[in-house]
Design a protein around this ligand. Structure first.
Ligand SMILES: [Zn+2]
Length: 249
């Protein structure tokens, strides 16, 4: 069984994105997708509403197969209402933060507190770059700040922080941070490195589809892990992370 905890519908490309995701589920035997909608780096309120409506539509079309993250731009005064609508009306099971603000910006705190109340995970884009870092692009250091401030928030740090030697090092002591290795900027032994540093129980399979998939699958297959450890990464850790009856912190 495979659960992909990090996939997207690109704004304005509902048909293409969802077709691609469903085709991958067929081809690769993926049982469940966790999906968020993304488009521009600094979306306005209307764009965020449209992206979340796309995800809600996909959830409705593929019940049991597709779960949604509510995408929030914390710079918006309606961010809390957006999250409330996503969780309570659309039935979304997580929140997604991207690059509109750093994740430890105080404007993020109210939505994080709401996620703690709902006991849903927060998927945070984190990417440390040598060049072209975006103005408010979160890295592992910001994730660590947020995780320490809110030890009972369930945080899923994306992309191993862009560079596992930077991202994982920053958060390795934060027991409330899980990790996905979605995207493709990785080396053969990144998963082994992450397992050694934070333990296999905190690593969650995610791909960043429709951008990449097979590279992430290959990383698990090639890692020096037992079959049981691979199962934890492919789906068991995700089941725990999204289990709202399991509290942490
Ligand atoms: Zn992504």
């Amino acid at each position: 069984m495979i659960i992909d905890a990090h996939t997207h519908i690109w704004g304005g490309q509902y048909g293409e994105s969802t077709r691609e995701l469903l085709r991958a589920c067929d081809l690769f035997g993926i049982s469940k997708l966790h999906v968020s909608g993304l488009k521009s780096h600094y979306p306005d309120e209307a764009e965020v509403a449209e992206l979340n409506a796309d995800v809600a539509r996909f959830m409705k079309e593929q019940p049991g197969m597709v779960e949604g993250y509510c995408y929030v731009n914390p710079a918006h005064s309606n961010a809390l209402d957006v999250l409330k609508k996503g969780v309570e009306e659309y039935g979304m099971s997580g929140m997604k933060l991207w690059v509109a603000t750093f994740c430890d910006d105080p404007r993020v705190f109210p939505v994080v507190e709401a996620c703690i109340d709902y006991n849903i995970p927060i998927l945070i884009h984190a990417f440390h770059k040598a060049v072209d870092q975006l103005e408010f692009e979160t890295t592992g250091v910001h994730v660590a700040n947020l995780a320490r401030l809110y030890p009972n928030a369930k945080i899923l740090m994306a992309h191993f922080g862009g560079n596992c030697y930077h991202g994982i090092r920053a958060v390795r002591d934060c027991r409330n941070v899980w990790h996905d290795f979605s995207g493709s900027p990785f080396r053969r032994d990144d998963v082994d490195y992450a397992v050694e540093r934070v333990g296999v129980d905190r690593i969650v399979f995610g791909s960043d589809m429709p951008i990449t998939y097979l590279v992430n699958y290959g990383q698990v297959e090639e890692a020096d892990l037992t079959a049981e450890q691979k199962e934890r990464i492919y789906y068991k850790n995700a089941l725990e992370l999204f289990d709202r009856s399991l509290k942490i912190g």
